[in-house]
Design a protein around this ligand. Structure first.
Ligand code: NDP
Length: 454
């Protein structure tokens, strides 16, 4: 990674703190990776602001304010008892109530929730909105479960979680495996137990009972607005570009939609089983029908379009493109994948997913000087629009699609500007990783100093 200058003594202190993070959080590799990336950017900031070290801001920021781990018992359709594990990590409330999604996926364990919660602190800070950082979820796998099973699980999950959240305390939302259906079941259970219709307790709600227009589209649209800004800064545009979007879930679908609206052609998307390539451009109506309505596998796309090619277990990143929007999961772009992308002519990467690029991959993107938008900045449109949903809930109002989309576009332009200017200020022009981590950190650190030792 390209680094701005910092005092070697400060560097040493940062290394000591990182070693402590490793020993205090054994086995949590994704969390270690997320912390390393942020700390690697902070040398110059801590050199310039020694009070952040004196007040132990880094040590405090790496330690969640609160971690809740709980049993989630539920019964499947056969009447058999199932046990899952639930998590909510309330990482940092310096800027506002805790805010961050819930992930339901079999791979979930504390290390994944902590990496996501840690990233969320800085991402939320970049939005300029008053929200702290948190994340939660469970190792429950909604795939292949009936609606009733998902409902029973969500009710059991919320039975414990309801005591820890609230519209001024902690406001969860969706993430992998958690969409409008799951948010609905959890909201129903919260309302039943707490005996109040508290709209602002969850975001990502359906439109007929407190949800906000554009929230569904926001992360994918926002990631594309971020590419638009990065390309504008290089006097280029999205129009006419060939793109890859990994995944075929919420973020991927709306990234594809916005890329198509802006005149690009997305030729491939994927799911955890394989990759679909359609040289004519992905038929998004079909993807929405298969994924949002029927909850099927992307493989079935090829049954509807005979010219499309499906590759089981294939990697999407070997397909030549100019723009890549990883929108599936963490560490999906290795160093090798990144090299291939750059060699094939990729000029811009915008991370719809959280931490989708490995440290080796980030190194390749930064060295090659392509426009690389890290997830913290590029996918912040989702949480920003969740904060707009909270504003509408608090004022019992609902805004139009056009107005909310304009707000989202403006927020993404502001985030881009902030990261761009911060990268320049710290001597690494064009390095949005430095820009995002430094700008996100400084705002939280100053608030923590203001709040005293808490
Ligand atoms: P969804 O559950 O809607 O979709 C996830 C997609 O990614 C699916 O196509 C899924 O395939 C694929 N995927 C998930 N896990 C893996 C895996 N281990 N290997 C390969 N493919 C995988 O989730 P979202 O679209 O909401 O989230 C996608 C990413 O975006 C995540 O990193 C999330 O943290 C991030 N994000 C989401 C936000 C939001 O508002 N939803 C906000 C900011 C970031 P399959 O169906 O086969 O599992």
């Amino acid at each position: 990674m390209v680094e701005a200058k910092s005092d070697p003594k400060v560097r040493e202190k940062i290394d000591t703190i990182y070693k402590e993070v490793l020993s205090r959080n054994p086995g949590e590799t994704e969390f270690h990776q997320a912390v390393r990336e942020v700390l690697d950017c902070l040398g110059p900031v801590l050199t310039k602001n020694p009070e952040f070290l004196e007040r132990k801001i880094i040590r405090r920021i790496c330690e969640p304010e609160r971690q809740i781990i709980f049993r989630v018992p539920w019964q499947d359709d056969k009447g058999e008892v199932q046990i899952n594990r639930g998590f909510r990590v309330q990482f940092n409330s310096a800027l506002g109530p805790y805010k961050g999604g819930l992930r339901f996926h079999p791979s979930v364990y504390l290390g994944i929730i902590k990496f996501l919660g840690f990233e969320q602190i800085f991402k939320n800070s970049l939005t300029g909105l008053p929200i702290g950082g948190a994340k939660g979820g469970s190792d429950f796998d909604p795939k292949g479960k009936s609606d009733d099973e998902v409902m029973r699980f969500c009710q059991s999950f919320m039975t414990e979680l309801c005591g820890h959240i609230g519209s001024d305390t902690d406001v969860p939302a969706g993430d992998i495996g958690v969409g409008g259906r799951e948010i609905g079941y959890m909201f129903g259970q919260y309302k039943r137990i707490m005996k109040r219709h508290e709209s602002g307790v969850l975001t990502g709600k359906k439109l007929n009972w407190g949800g906000a227009l554009v929230r569904t589209e926001a992360t994918g649209y926002g990631a594309v607005f971020f590419i638009d800004e990065m390309l504008k800064a290089r006097k280029d545009t999205i129009e006419g570009k060939t793109c890859l979007v990994s995944g075929s879930g919420n973020v991927a679908i709306y990234a594809i939609e916005k890329l198509h609206q802006l005149g690009a052609k997305v030729v491939a998307c994927s799911d955890s089983n394989g990759v679909i390539y359609d040289k004519n451009g992905i038929d998004l109506d079909l993807v929405k029908q298969l994924k949002e309505v029927e909850r099927r596998r992307i493989k079935e796309y090829a049954n509807h379009h005979k010219h499309a090619k499906y590759t089981e277990n294939g990697t999407i990143w070997d397909i030549p493109c100019q723009i890549a929007v990883p929108s599936a999961t963490q560490n999906e772009i290795s160093g090798e994948n990144a090299l291939k992308l750059v060699k094939n002519g990729c000029i811009a990467v915008s991370e719809g997913a959280n931490m989708p690029t490995t440290p080796e991959g980030i190194h390749v993107f930064l060295e090659s000087k392509i426009a690389y938008g890290p997830g913290k900045a590029a996918n912040a449109g989702g949480v920003a629009t969740s904060a707009l949903e909270m504003q509408q809930n608090a004022s019992r109002d609902s805004w139009t699609f056009e107005y909310t989309e304009r707000r989202l576009a403006k927020i993404m332009a502001n985030i881009h500007q902030l990261c761009y200017e911060t990268a320049e200020e710290y001597g690494t022009p064009g390095n949005y990783v430095n820009g995002a981590n430094i700008a996100g950190f400084i705002k939280v650190a100053r608030a923590m100093v203001d709040h005293g030792l808490v």
